[in-house]
Design a binder for this molecule. Structure first.
Ligand code: ADP
Length: 339
């Protein structure tokens, strides 16, 4: 599909090049003709003046006519040479232009091709993630229906399990929606105190933290950044959520922050095992889940960090991750300070 698009684009570039070179050639050709005629006319009138004054060789009967004939012959030869050279130049220009156009078309289409492949991969991964809870739902209900007798307790268990799967589907679809929304709509950035963002995020994840008896420790220095409060709180909440999920029970999650030139660096550090070196370059990819996250059955879809990164970018900020020297993952958000 992309090869034929590349060829079409090459032809399109080549057509533009042809129009350009042909216009130049025709213009030069007309100009040359015009200039040549003007110069010949000037020579002829000088020659006529000389002949009239008697500067001619007496034994040549028609010197003036011979001169003009000679001029015409020369003009014919020059025209022939010019035409041949112009054709040659155009052929070389089209050949070189064709190669260059093919190369340029490849370069133009490369990012589109990459985005297309990423989109296709994402669609495949997303449908796989959606299929798992749907299959669970179907299987559970099918098995249940095959039972002849069932108690009220069993029915309740089934409904609870169904509800869990439905919640999973809801979470997945709202994350997918948020991913596209934040990527497409520009945010209105305002002056926001960092402590407000952190307080909002902690409030959002307080229940999750309480569930694992994890405590949040806010050590972020006060400052105001230029950003969008709700979206930044959502991004920090994702980092807190991961810190709670992947860190130990009864652990502590530290939220730190300090000024750094014209920026403010806000970080979230946990006491968990950290992220394997091989996973570090991939954690922000959509639907990426580390092996441990999958095998330990920690809830999630692999969309949290990609959403956090899209939100960060929409706030003209940067999100990075590293493993802290004493263990644990440390996510750092670099935000522009408000003036
Ligand atoms: P999810 O948590 O739903 O799997 P995320 O996009 O939030 O998706 O994270 C992607 C992966 O990055 C996780 O599956 C996990 O392997 C790794 N990860 C993220 N945060 C942490 C953390 N604080 N500690 C260890 N691993 C983490």
């Amino acid at each position: 599909m992309f090869e034929s698009a590349r060829l079409k684009l090459t032809l399109f570039y080549l057509a533009i090049l042809l129009v350009f070179t042909l216009t130049l050639t025709v213009s030069f050709r007309v100009l040359f003709e015009h200039e040549y005629k003007r110069s010949n006319d000037a020579q002829r009138s000088s020659a006529r003046a000389l002949f009239l004054r008697g500067f001619y060789v007496p034994d040549e009967p028609r010197p003036y006519n011979d001169f003009t004939n000679l001029q015409e012959d020369q003009a014919g030869l020059t025209r022939q040479r010019l035409n041949r050279d112009f054709v040659l130049i155009n052929v070389v220009a089209v050949a070189l232009g064709g190669l260059l156009s093919y190369w340029f078309a490849g370069r133009t289409l490369k990012p589109i091709e990459e985005a297309h492949h990423a989109q296709a991969r994402f669609a495949a991964d997303a449908s796989h993630e959606l299929r798992t809870p749907l299959t669970n739902l179907r299987l559970e209900n099918e098995v249940f229906l095959r039972q002849k007798n069932f108690s009220e307790k069993e029915a309740r268990e089934l409904i609870n399990s169904n509800l869990e799967e439905v919640q999973r589907l809801e979470g997945l679809s709202s994350n997918l929606l948020a991913l596209t929304q934040y990527g497409n709509t520009p945010l209105k950035l305002k002056r926001v105190p960092v402590n407000n963002i952190v307080a909002d995020a902690m409030k959002l994840k307080q229940r999750n933290a309480a569930g694992r008896k994890v405590s949040f420790k806010n050590e972020a220095a006060s400052a105001a950044v230029l950003g969008h409060r709700d979206s930044l709180a959502e991004a920090v909440a994702i980092l807190l959520d991961n810190a709670v999920k992947y860190g130990p029970e009864k652990g502590t999650v530290i939220i730190g922050g300090k000024r750094d030139d014209s920026h403010y660096v806000l970080w979230v550090q946990d006491e968990g095992p950290g992220i394997p070196e091989a996973d570090l370059p991939h954690v922000f990819e959509r639907l990426f889940r580390g092996d441990k996250a999958r095998s330990s059955k920690v809830a999630g879809y692999g969309l949290g960090l990609s959403l956090a990164q899209i939100i960060t970018k929409a706030n003209n900020a940067e999100l990075k991750v590293r493993n802290a020297p004493n263990g644990g993952a440390c996510f750092m958000m670099r935000l522009p300070l408000a003036k």
